[in-house]
Design a protein around this ligand. Structure first.
Ligand code: ATP
Ligand code: FE2
Length: 330
């Protein structure tokens, strides 16, 4: 069985094909990079409309499959930017209709979690989903992914992107901040905002920019921001582990590419007698393979949508979708 997945929730348009056991048979992606500043949803959507048909063709060629061998077409239904989601949904509907295959809606956050989970081989792990728009500590229970802790304002990735652009850099900020911070040791004071199992970043953004205005070196700001915010994420993850009596952590989402974050979470989990896992970078960031894999799980569990009912859901939270492919009380 092979399933095609279409991703288009934000900056990245992508088509992925996976097989029965989550083998990535093909992955073709193209990221929209704004000429300056942040993402403009309309412009990103125009980019996706232009590139998606070619990405689907490339994915089929890479997988050496004909369209007849694709069993279902999955697409990211939400959450995300309306115009971007609509671009991917339109392409997916058209493929499902012309190939006469089921159309399977997928939640983008659940897809980050599922691809990380299958690659980790850790079934009972707690999930730290850290990406552009989302920052959540997640555990499965009673048929859904439950959010135990999350950001109270912006996602960690958006925070890093905004900070880097304000410091004169360009999008995406996360990897550039990681590169700038490497080898640095000067820790500038920044607010440490953990509230129970939740975190907040906007105060840190203001404080980091103030440090820069007072003349702090950009690389020191990058280092201090990484140490502070990744410590916060590690702390809320550890608190959730302690409550659940578990020790293993799986990371997902674009910020899970970060080696400092991976290292801090690994040290914490190993200290508790467990382990941690993060997928390879191309499967941490937005990609069609995670949509295809989650679509394959959903398809096997009988999930599909009629074209008329396949409207996008820009605000669909992680904990709003049923997960019928996992035993409810596992
Ligand atoms: P969401 O899943 O919330 O919709 P998203 O769609 O914006 O997020 P992802 O591709 O999952 O996108 O994550 C993108 C984010 O990951 C960007 O904010 C980017 O700066 C960040 N990122 C990528 N690589 C790194 C890295 N090495 N270190 C830190 N952040 C990173
Ligand atoms: Fe994402």
């Amino acid at each position: 069985m092979a399933v095609l997945g279409i991703e288009s929730t934000a900056h990245t348009a992508s088509a992925g094909i996976v097989g029965e056991d989550a083998e990535v048979l093909a992955l073709a992606s193209d990221m929209y990079r704004p000429p300056s500043g942040g993402i403009h949803p309309r412009e990103a959507a125009n980019h996706h409309v232009e590139v998606l048909p070619g990405l689907v063709e490339r994915a089929l060629a890479e997988a050496k499959l004909s369209e007849r061998e694709i069993e279902a077409v999955a697409f990211a239904q939400g959450p995300g930017l309306g115009p971007c989601l609509r671009a991917g949904a339109t392409v997916a509907r058209m493929l499902a209709l012309t190939w006469d295959r089921p159309l399977v809606p997928v939640n983008h956050c659940v897809a980050h979690v599922e691809i990380a989970r299958v690659l980790s081989g850790l079934d009972d792990a707690l999930l730290l989903y850290a990406s552009g728009g989302n920052t959540q500590v997640i555990a499965f229970g009673a048929g859904r992914y439950r959010v135990l802790g999350e950001t109270l304002d912006i996602g960690i990735g958006n925070f890093l992107d905004k900070l880097w652009i304000a410091l004169g850099g360009s999008f995406p900020g996360g990897p550039a901040i990681e590169a700038a911070a490497k080898g640095r040791t000067e820790l500038l004071p920044l607010p440490y905002t953990v509230h129970g199992m939740d975190v907040a970043f906007s105060g840190i953004l203001t404080a980091a920019l103030a440090q820069s205005e007072r003349g702090a070196d950009r690389a020191d700001v990058a280092y201090s921001v990484e140490v502070t915010t990744y410590s916060m994420l590690t702390e809320i993850t550890e608190r959730a582990l302690a409550h659940l009596g578990r020790a293993n952590v799986v990371l997902g989402g674009g910020v899970a590419c970060n080696e400092r974050l991976q290292g801090m979470v690994r040290a914490m989990a190993e200290g508790r007698g467990g382990t941690s896992f993060a997928p390879p970078k191309r499967l941490c960031v937005d990609n069609g393979a995670m949509i295809a894999w989650t679509g394959a799980l959903a398809h096997r569990a009988g999930v599909r949508t009629a074209i008329e009912a396949s409207a996008i859901r820009p605000r669909q939270r992680t904990d709003l979708v049923d997960v019928p492919w996992r035993p409810a009380f596992a």
